[in-house]
Design a protein. Sequence first.
Length: 219
Amino acid sequence: MDMRKKALEVDKRLNFAFGEELEPGKRDLIHELIHAVLSQNTSRNNYELAYSRLVSEFPDVEDLAAAPVPAIEAAIRPGGLSKQKAVVISGILTSLKEKRGDFSLEFLRDLKTETAREFLTSLNGVGPKTASVVLMFGDGRQVMPVDTHVLRISRRIGLIGPSTTAEKAELELERILPPSSRARMHLNLVRLGREICRARGPEHEACPLNMLCEYYENK
Ligand code: SF4
């Protein structure tokens, strides 16, 4: 099957099964970025707790930027990898102040997606996935962040090659998916990955994509 047709079929089936849709962003973009850093490599409960502790300890981003790394680390401890993430958050704020003179990222809303992505990835510790998460959740952009679920499932069903990297996968998926499908497909794939197509013990029989899946076909 042609890859674009297959991607549309995946989108259609997931939408029928789950119907996840992108909701309007609730945070300013700097907080969206901090939230995205905290969400890396941990469960949703852990990172939401870490985020709410951080904003209650440092409601003002200027105070957070002035805080020593150990104080940030203590606030986000329940989120896991707290030392590493505290260094990244502190580094982002320092680098933003150097580049822009303040701690706001709201100017990104007026930029083209590629330019906004370039700026975000120029900040210390911000990779392509984190940049896309910020642009998608914070500004409603039609991009395709590739997290562990999206990467695993896209490889299994054969939308990308078995050894395609996350960075390359993002470009390939954006190439074959129309903009209107990208954010929705990201959300639906994440849900599929959490509930059905888990890394271990995927439930093929219950999966809405089993008729399209190379991994299942070759089992
Ligand atoms: S059929 Fe199985 S391997 Fe394929 S997407 Fe569904 S759960 Fe994952």
